[in-house]
Design a protein around this ligand. Structure first.
Ligand code: ADP
Ligand code: MG
Length: 625
């Protein structure tokens, strides 16, 4: 565990470099007493300002002729010890305050956090100076001052996280089971706080060493003749121009230490938060990166939407994750194309790639075109794409609770969806339209629902609002990504009915994504079955459902329950999807296929057949020419 963690830190080269610097410095500090260095405090006026390597002084001598190397190493020991101790004290007291305030809340929280606010009301260094002024100069007092001024940082950070943990459901469940507060704190809350405390510690320790040095520099920390890095810098300052080595050397040491700590601290933070290392917290660009080799093929002008040869991959580790590979389909107004496949087969990434909505980095579209009314969307400027999104091509997602804004009423959100694309719309018009949209999705009391917040509505109701929002700008295409997966069967049937009516009445092209063949059989004209990022079978719904040609389609059908069909239990498909960063050379389904033979794995299998029925299977090809 520790070794894995260390490895993760060291994968970040800068963190490794920082760790190396620190190891070197602490190593030197540890062996200092055994190096046989001259006494750091012995004055020898004859050797004043000796240069490095002069008169037997390795790093020269200072204004009193004292050995700089000896003072530097002893001083570094002291500075590190004081800085680290101050950081530990601040972390301990600050975290304790944060934990108590966050966990118990109420009056205690008020009392503790207002006291912390008082500390925070003063500028940092000024407060430290004031504390030292009261306590009197000296290294111990500098330590106390630095520790005190850093308590708020830990208290605030830890309180915030504790607050979230203390309000979470598993804590509530543990409390209901009869566990006491102390046991909850020790065994449920604190273990979850370690990473926050460690990150806060590693990012502030360098700063605290600097602050201690700063106080010593001003003569408020270590007192002569005792040396620490700050006081050495302070003493060398007078001779900065004439004998720069007396101040440059301690200055360099401070630089090396703080730099090492900060680089390592960043590494620790990244290692504790794998999302940072994977680039997920990076700000993604508003449109997926498109890196196509060569000139893109001209797009089909016959159909409303024409996706051709689309490939999208995620560049996370060494091998790209090939989530979508060479996917082609087209769609016209009033049609419904279903994309089916088990979870992870690339359906959502396909859907989001169409308008460049896959987060990038890490996603890259490596080939293909998306033709919309004869224009290649990937070649158009961003403004065109942005205008199309939501206006001409709209989305409905699986979980409307996470896509609806929790703090705005349903009416306000519907209005926003319309105003974004047409700023001239006035309030009364927006209201009228919002009501008619809600009526379109069969909401019985639209006036009342307009004023409601999403959390007060049921799942089926929220999904209807999701559909209403998608309809708000009369789109040509609606892409519904598992819109009924979160709903129960009765509500699912209602939502399907609404979608089906809408596409017939309004002539909208519908891409309906689901993992469930039973669901898509109720709504789609055509079905495309996806497996491991590829379409493995595509054809008219009835044909695909009644005469499935690909072994995967058959397995998928056998695995979904058929009510009243008289056949026994649904039959699961053994095994799992191949890893998208390590796909087999031949058929991706071969490993799970009952019919597979050696030729299936020999080479890549093409999608074959006529325009009305395409299948990616060697066996089918052999049987059907
Ligand atoms: P589904 O068919 O269930 O909608 P997706 O299209 O969401 O599947 O995912 C297809 C593949 O892409 C999966 O292997 C998934 O792990 C991968 N994937 C999706 N999003 C990301 C991402 N942001 N980073 C890396 N891999 C991803
Ligand atoms: Mg999905």
């Amino acid at each position: 565990m520790m070794v894995r963690f260390a490895k993760r830190i060291l994968r970040n080269r800068l963190a490794g470099f920082g760790a190396g610097l620190l190891l070197m410095v602490t190593g030197l500090c540890l062996v200092t007493p055994f190096l046989g260095l001259p006494d750091p405090n012995v004055i020898s006026t004859a050797d004043r300002f000796s240069l490095p390597f002069e008169d037997g002084f390795v790093l020269g001598a200072d204004h009193l002729g004292r050995d700089i190397l000896s003072r530097l190493l002893w001083g570094t020991r002291l500075s590190l010890a004081v800085g680290l101790t101050a950081a530990l004290i601040a972390a301990l007291i600050g975290s304790l305050i944060g934990i108590l305030a966050g966990f118990f809340g109420g009056k205690l929280d008020d009392l503790l956090m207002r006291s912390v606010d008082v500390l925070m009301a003063f500028p940092y260094i000024l407060l430290a100076l004031a504390i030292v002024a009261v306590l009197g100069p000296g290294l111990m007092n500098a330590l106390i001052a630095v520790a005190i001024v850093n308590i708020p940082f830990f208290a605030r950070n830890v309180r915030g996280v504790t607050l979230v943990i203390a309000r979470s459901d598993y804590i509530a469940a543990a409390r209901l089971s009869g566990r006491g507060s102390i046991s909850l704190l020790l065994f449920e809350v604190v273990p979850n706080l370690w990473s926050v405390i460690i990150v806060a510690f590693s990012t502030t320790v360098g700063w605290m060493i600097l602050e201690t040095a700063g106080l010593s520099f001003l003569g408020l920390g270590s007192q002569p003749p005792q040396s620490d890095l700050g006081s050495m810098l302070g003493e060398g300052r007078a001779a900065l121009i004439t004998n720069p080595h007396t101040s440059v050397i301690p200055g360099l040491m401070i630089f090396v230490i703080v730099m090492g700590i900060n680089l390592l601290g960043d590494g620790v933070r990244d290692a504790l938060d794998p999302r940072l290392a994977k680039g997920t917290l990076q700000r993604s660009s508003p449109v997926t990166q498109v890196l196509r080799t060569g000139q893109p093929a001209p797009v089909d002008t016959q159909s409303t939407l024409d996706v051709a040869g689309l490939s999208t991959e995620f560049r996370v580790d060494k091998n790209p994750l090939r989530a979508v590979r060479d996917v082609s389909f087209s769609l016209n107004g009033g049609e419904c194309l279903a994309i089916v496949g088990e979870s992870g087969s690339g359906k959502s990434v396909t859907a989001l790639s169409i308008t460049g909505l896959v987060a990038s980095p890490p996603a890259v579209i490596t080939s293909g075109t998306v033709g919309f009314r004869g224009r290649d969307l990937f070649s158009e400027p961003f403004d065109v794409l942005r205008d199309l999104r939501g206006r001409r091509i709209a989305y409905i997602f699986q979980d409307p609770l996470s896509t609806l804004h929790p703090l705005l009423t349903v009416g306000a959100q519907l209005a926003e969806a319309m105003v974004t694309h047409d700023p001239r719309l006035t309030k009364p018009v927006l209201r009228r339209r919002a009501i008619s949209l809600l009526e379109d999705v069969r909401i019985a009391n639209p006036e009342h629902i307009m004023m409601s917040y999403p959390h007060a509505l049921s799942g089926g109701m929220r999904q209807r609002i999701g559909i209403a929002m998608a309809l708000a700008n009369d789109p040509d295409i609606i892409i519904a990504d598992e819109p009924t997966t979160a709903l129960d069967v009765t509500v699912q049937a209602q939502v399907l009915r609404i979608l089906d009516d809408l596409r017939r009445q309004k002539g909208v092209g519908l891409i309906f994504i689901s993992h469930d063949l039973n669901v898509v059989s109720q709504i789609s004209d055509r079905i495309a079955v996806m497996y491991a990022g590829q379409i493995v079978e595509c054809g008219p719904s009835r044909d695909v459902l009644e005469q499935p040609a690909h072994p995967y389609t058959r397995a998928l059908l056998a695995s979904s329950p058929q009510i009243g069909a008289g056949g026994g239990l649904p039959k699961p498909i053994d095994g799992g999807l191949p890893r998208p960063d390590d796909l087999p050379a031949g058929c991706a389904f071969a490993a799970r296929c009952e019919m597979a033979t050696d030729i299936c794995s020999a080479s890549a299998v093409e999608l074959r057949g006529s325009a009305s029925r395409e299948v990616r299977c060697v066996k089918w090809e052999a049987a059907n020419g």
